[in-house]
Design a protein around this ligand. Structure first.
Ligand code: NAD
Ligand code: IPM
Ligand code: MN
Length: 354
């Protein structure tokens, strides 16, 4: 098949991990006889420096014409002055809104070797296999903001429609899995959460085969560490999902392993690791590329409809996690390049065997 893929390297380790994802996609195209074209565009701090805009018009136009989008990460200390008028992260949020990708899918699977590196005891994390569905285009991220010398506000607003579509997405996914949805909110305090809870309860009536439980976000943060294997699909609003998914990534051994897919819009999906630009390790080939490579596998499956190719990439990552020298975040001393190379080799071996 033919596909045009927009690549947004961004800032910090973004370009390092994005190029790992592209290398894997190129190899998949070659091995399986597909024609993928890659067009790099500016986003984030890099785009502010070059075009004065974190999501320049050329990037917007390319995003709207793409079949799929692979993103590294944006942001960094250079652009983080709290009084700055323009910020890299605004480019990311504008892109999500532009594409209408309201469902951010963040799976968490454990691999025995890396789970052993988690600060949690292996008996706590045994059997963990969960997926977060994070609402991505609403809530406090997108409400009105004000700032004066003496105060500041961020409005949190959700409509029934915004809640319903993402909760339905979670139920549909749960139907293909362990048939359990945990809806996370702060309904004891927030009006938006009370609306969220009532919509989730109503939607659940359409899915009698799926169990729904409600959980308050503060205790959820605790349960994720004490009994993570009890969860299947976890659906929650934008900011809670942002925080809980970084927390949950530690169960798998490293933030650098977690992929994501942002889908549900009329056009292309966005695929990116859940981590940020990691300024503390940028430019040293220390970044773990596996979260981005697994995001590329999600791109193959969800945007290009290539499940066999996605499975080859995932099996290759599993192979490297089992046998390879890993990056420093996972206790190894391999470079970003070396881990990427190992995945490419394993992909070749798996594709031959397939
Ligand atoms: P971060 O995710 O960039 O880093 C947190 C810690 O995890 C750091 O110690 C970092 O070295 C480590 N880490 C992250 N990814 C790694 C990888 N692939 N391999 C090995 N180690 C990895 O979070 P932060 O430091 O709070 O944020 C830095 C910048 O990134 C901020 O400007 C923030 O806004 C931005 N950010 C962007 C995205 C995105 O583009 N999607 C996501 C999160 C944060
Ligand atoms: C993420 C990031 C972004 C978010 C930031 C950089 C705007 O943390 O993708 O998880 O909060 O959504
Ligand atoms: Mn985040």
């Amino acid at each position: 098949m033919r596909a045009s893929i927009v690549v947004l390297p961004g800032d910090g380790i973004g370009p390092e991990v994005a190029s790992a994802g592209v290398a894997v996609l190129r190899q998949v195209a070659e091995r399986f006889g597909h024609e993928f074209t890659f067009a790099e565009h500016a986003i984030g701090g890099d785009a502010i420096d070059r075009f004065g805009d974190p999501l320049p018009v050329q990037t917007r136009e390319a995003l709207l014409a793409a079949d799929a989008i692979l993103l590294g990460a944006v942001g960094g200390p250079k652009w983080s002055d709290p009084n700055a008028t323009v910020r890299p992260e605004q480019g990311l949020l504008a892109m999500r809104k532009l594409l209408g990708v309201f469902a951010n899918v963040r799976p968490l699977k454990l691999h025995p070797r890396t789970a052993a590196l988690s600060p949690l005891k292996p008996e706590r994390t045994k059997g963990v296999d969960l997926v977060f569905i994070r609402e991505l285009t609403g809530g406090i991220y997108f409400g009105a903001k004000t700032r004066s010398e003496t105060d500041a506000t961020d409005e949190c607003r959700y409509t029934v429609e915004e809640i319903e579509r993402v909760v339905r997405h979670a139920f549909e996914l749960a139907r293909t899995r362990k048939k359990k949805v945990t809806s996370v909110d702060k309904a004891n305090v927030l009006e938006t959460s009370r609306l969220w809870r009532s919509v989730a309860t109503r939607v659940a009536a359409d899915y009698p085969d799926v169990e729904l439980e409600h959980q308050l976000v503060d205790s959820m943060a605790m349960h994720l560490l004490t009994r993570p294997a009890d969860y299947d699909v976890i659906v929650t609003e934008n900011m809670f999902g942002d925080i809980l998914t970084d927390e949950a990534s530690v169960l798998a051994g490293s933030l650098g392993l977690s992929p994501s897919a942002s889908i549900g819009g009329p056009g292309a999906g966005v695929y990116e690791p859940i981590h940020g630009s990691a300024p503390d390790i940028a430019g040293q080939s220390l970044a773990n590329p596996l979260g981005t490579i697994l995001s590329a596998a999600m791109l193959l499956r969800h945007s290009l409809g290539l499940p066999d190719e996605a499975a080859v990439v995932e099996a290759a990552v599993d192979h490297v996690l089992e046998h390879g020298n890993l990056t420093r975040d996972l206790g190894g001393n391999a470079t970003t390049h070396a881990v990427t190379r190992a995945v490419l080799d394993a992909c070749n071996a798996k594709a031959e065997a397939a």
